[in-house]
Design a protein around this ligand. Structure first.
Ligand code: F3S
Length: 401
């Protein structure tokens, strides 16, 4: 690969061993994908994790003196002050999260602990070259903002943040950003939950870049967030096109780069029913708790839930996961307290895929997000999946249809 002087200096250790290690791995990634050069990035988002291997790497980079040139926003782990106040969690859980916090602080990360940076903390402009990891973040950045990011892993995004460069391959190049599969959506897309279901049709859609047609003219940021998150739960997608939404898809012909689609797929309500049958526990049962916010909920969704509950008391705990900045505004607006009085907790900076939730082992949850249901299964926590309104009613009655 052809490197500039600065890139060669990074590789030769002029900027320290940490940056050298990051650059070495990035060059190897670039060479394996046939990249000819490295290009500068303007933003990064790291799907930080407090699990052993990721923490080992972050601490190793700190020891080697690495510091981010481009300060990345980071994913949630879990919020230490919140769970301390709730008197939840084990000593060893706290140690891991506190060590993670310290490591990323020393690396110079922007400690947002939020998995939807593309909505309000790290929003790229059209054409920016960036390094985003996290399932919903990469497709949103590419498909909604028209920025350019490959589907980075947590570690490769961190390396990019440290060196300030990414190898130029894949979605950074015009020719790889065209649609390949025509997806004609004939299902009723009546609310944001339907985009969770559409995203879960990855098996039927297959490998490639989908171009969705048949969707409503106006699609909310929350719906687009849901679509990207679930496309990467049911499959692996770094980009899609929606005509009239994706900047590079003003019309179908442009979306496909003037070529014929390789495949045509039709998605119907029956597909949604089939998907739901596979991923959700059966309904008509009691539930133990309700969880929302995977990916993190927006302020609009917190307000919506509060208005729907409308002062009624919940019979089951409701956990609403969001960013610390959304919680801050909800606090100021009095929404956090109103929800707490009802029995619902706005939880900042936290992900469902965390051992802190182990106390729910063996319990049955209710959620609107297939991704929320997917990860906690390994901890013995299983979910019924329904739309948002049904979940809110379930928290009130303690049962789900
Ligand atoms: Fe976000 Fe964690 Fe879900 S990172 S998308 S809350 S699994």
């Amino acid at each position: 690969m052809k490197l500039t002087k600065d890139q060669n200096d990074l590789l030769n250790g002029v900027y320290g061993e940490g940056a050298q290690l990051a650059m070495k791995i990035q060059v190897a990634i670039g060479e394996s994908f046939g990249a000819e050069k490295m290009v500068p990035i303007t933003r990064a988002h790291v799907a930080l994790s407090n699990q052993d291997a990721d923490l080992w790497l972050a601490e190793k980079l700190v020891k080697l003196g690495a510091k981010c040139r481009v300060s990345p926003t980071v994913n949630p782990g879990w919020c230490v002050p919140f769970f301390k106040e709730m008197e939840m969690g084990k000593k060893e859980d706290y140690e891991m999260m506190e060590r993670t916090h310290e490591a990323y602080k020393k690396l110079g990360a922007t400690l947002t602990y939020n998995c939807t940076p593309y909505i309000d903390t790290n929003v790229p402009n059209y054409g920016e070259i960036i390094a985003f990891s996290e399932s919903s973040a990469t497709p949103y950045a590419n498909s909604v903002w028209g920025a350019r990011s490959n589907r980075e892993g947590a570690n490769s995004a961190l390396f990019a943040a440290i060196t300030g460069y990414v190898p130029e391959y894949g979605l950074l190049l015009d020719e790889n950003r065209k649609g390949t599969i025509l997806v004609d959506v004939q299902a009723d897309m009546k609310n944001d939950y339907c985009y969770h279901m559409l995203g879960m049709c990855g098996k039927k859609i297959g490998h490639g870049i989908p171009v969705f047609t048949g969707l409503p003219k106006h699609i909310s940021p929350e719906a687009l967030r849901n679509l990207g998150a679930q496309l990467n739960t049911s499959g692996a997608y770094d980009m899609y096109h929606i005509v009239g939404v994706t900047p590079e898809a003003p019309d179908l012909e442009t979306a496909f780069g003037g070529k014929e689609p390789e495949r045509k797929v039709v998605i119907t309500n029956e597909d949604f029913d089939e998907v739901l049958d596979k991923i959700s526990l059966e309904g008509n049962r009691e539930i133990d708790f309700v969880m929302f916010g995977c990916p993190h909920f927006t302020l609009k969704e917190c307000i919506y839930i509060n208005n729907k509950i409308n002062g009624r008391k919940l019979s089951k705990d409701m956990w609403i996961l969001t960013s610390s900045h959304v919680k801050h505004v909800a606090d100021l607006m009095g929404i956090t307290d109103e929800l707490k009085d009802a029995g619902a907790y706005i939880v900042p900076s936290t992900c469902p895929d965390q051992d802190i939730w182990s106390y729910l082992d063996g319990k049955i949850g209710l959620t609107e997000s297939p991704k929320c249901a997917y990860y906690p299964q390994k901890r013995g926590i299983n979910f019924v999946i329904r739309d948002l309104d049904t979940c809110i009613e379930g928290a009130i009655t303690g049962r789900v249809k």
